[in-house]
Design a protein around this ligand. Sequence first.
Ligand code: FES
Ligand SMILES: [Fe+2]
Length: 345
Amino acid sequence: MLTTRQPVFRKFWHAVMPLSMLQGGQPQPFTLLGENIVLFLDADGRPAALKDRCCHRTARLSKGRCVNGALECGYHGWTYDAAGRVIRIPQYEADRPIPADYRTPAYRCVAKHGYAWVALEEPIAEIPEIPEFGAPGWRTIFQFYERWATSPLRALENSFDNSHFSFVHRATFGVADQPRPSRYELVERRHDDGPIGFHAETVIAAANPAAYHRVSGTSEPITQRLMRNAYYLPFSRRLDIEYPSGVRHVIVNAFTPIDDGSIQLCQWLFRNDGEADCPAQLLIDFDHVITREDKDILESTDPDALVDTRRRGVEFSMDSDRPGMLIRKQLMELLARHGEAEVHG
Ligand code: FES
Ligand SMILES: [Fe+2]
């Protein structure tokens, strides 16, 4: 599937950028589903997203600067409000009106969970809730915000794949001599008008060397992880890992589509222990090593992942691919409901 060629994904909220990146007062560029956009904070500190193109001579607005909550183009200084209207042309006399059609497209943009989220068209679903965000007893750690050369579907299927630990992660938590995957219990979630994702629960064995004892809260050489994993159509997931120690390690991912070959990986981590139990930096370092292992292998796969399984012989599957196949089934339902077929290379 070529993600940018399926218009329905324009009708969802996508996590685009941590708000902290906008607080320096500089506009920031991003490419969402192939559209070049620019983000900035308005006078009330709310994020705004415009097409990254000045309507004067097409300069990238992200090369400009923020002035009193408006965005000033770096070429001739035309200045835009959060709705995309030109509100100042410095070359005009002060009382000269600016034509109403002097504007650039504006996109829906909201702040949630510490991120700016953008929908290119009227959204058909809510932003997934994260009950742990800012909740008492939980730490929020903004773990990763980085570009990967893969597609959302590749990142998603990997997130629900119990068969790769003994191979991709054999140097970290994978148990090399236990390649047979544990089975996921899958419970589909639907609204009246179609699927919205699923819950997937399983228990896995994880290697627990001394360096991980503070992460897992236990010193067993091999520990159990209760994995409560959830998929949110189209490109988000939540993995709640519970160790026998009671420590919970909750990862939330938004795999934001940049273009057909790259995503922005947004990863939040929530922990129910304290900084003295396991410092945030140690948790970032721990997951950094593991995500490098996934990134390296995912970037070797074809981002144009098979979605329509009627296309025989393109990719072959095994039993443990069930979650990935359910993601495909739900995506196919979504596409069909919006009159689309899978577009592929
Ligand atoms: S190109 Fe932006 S003000 Fe001229
Ligand atoms: Fe992995």
